[in-house]
Design a protein around this ligand. Structure first.
Ligand SMILES: O=C(CO)COP(=O)(O)O
Length: 252
């Protein structure tokens, strides 16, 4: 059985006081349970504080992006060395918002994925189609390209540790969720793509999340699907109660 990974992607939200309060509210309620892993993906300025607050607990802390270089003249960027040094465990890479607004490409996602492993960070690699691409029947070929490029050059062991998040762009922040069957179909396809570039054992082990308007009301149905191993959640991860309900759903 693959574990379920519930990651709350706060995006560009909260103040430090609100971020700290959120962690205080949830941290003692995250179960020590092999079936579920809980992560908050927080803005850079909160990471130091959240890592400190979550030490010795079951809540992990992720960044939402990073540069692929270790250091250098990249004004405004944050490196994998800095994240690792802070005690951050995960990093979201290739989120559709970064692809759309910040010129993230499959090539930079691949470089960042390698950089994450080089520095002991677990990448959460996001893939997914736009509405136009879905309507043009390009979903499967698009996610196939995104997954293959993101994983290019990784060892099977590294691929096993990678978390892949399938997030259809049209379902993000819109209240529209892919039906659980449609989401599962794409996640199953992603698993086949992983198998085609690695082997059966690797593809069976890799965690594939769904993201896009996941909330307590629809999470059970999504997580009941054969190939959906968790959720990357935006809006519904901002409130402590709702985040805890999602984590509890992962431990069912
Ligand atoms: O982009 C997402 C998570 O990374 C999904 O956001 P919403 O859950 O707000 O739709």
């Amino acid at each position: 059985m693959r574990k379920k990974v519930i990651a709350g992607n706060w995006k560009m939200n909260k103040t430090i006081a609100e971020a700290n309060q959120f962690v205080d509210d949830v941290v003692n309620s995250i179960p020590a349970d092999d079936r579920v892993e809980a992560i908050v993906c927080a803005p850079f300025p909160f990471l130091v504080s959240l890592v400190e607050k979550t030490k010795g607990t079951n809540l992990k802390v992720s960044a939402q992006n990073m540069h692929f270089e270790e250091n250098g003249a990249f004004t405004g960027e944050v490196s994998p060395v800095m994240l690792k040094d802070l005690g951050v465990t995960h990093v979201v890479l290739g989120h559709s918002e970064r692809r759309e607004y910040f010129a993230e490409t499959d090539e930079t996602v691949n470089k960042k994925t390698h950089a994450a492993f080089a520095h002991g960070l677990t990448p959460i690699v996001c893939v997914g189609e736009t509405l136009e691409q879905r309507e043009a029947n390009e979903t499967m070929s698009l996610v196939e390209t995104q997954v293959k490029k993101a994983l290019e050059g990784l060892s099977n062991e590294q691929v096993t540790k990678t978390i892949i998040a399938y997030e259809p762009v049209w379902a993000i922040g819109t209240g529209k969720t892919a039906s659980s069957e449609d989401a599962n179909e794409v996640c199953a396809h992603i698993r086949k793509v992983v198998k085609s570039v690695t082997d059966e054992a690797t593809s069976e082990a890799v965690v594939i999340q769904y993201g896009g308007s996941v909330k307590p009301a629809n999470v059970d149905e999504l997580l009941a699907q054969s190939d959906i191993d968790g959720a990357l959640v935006g809006g519904a991860s901002l409130e402590a109660d709702s985040f805890l309900q999602l984590v509890e759903a992962g431990a069912k």
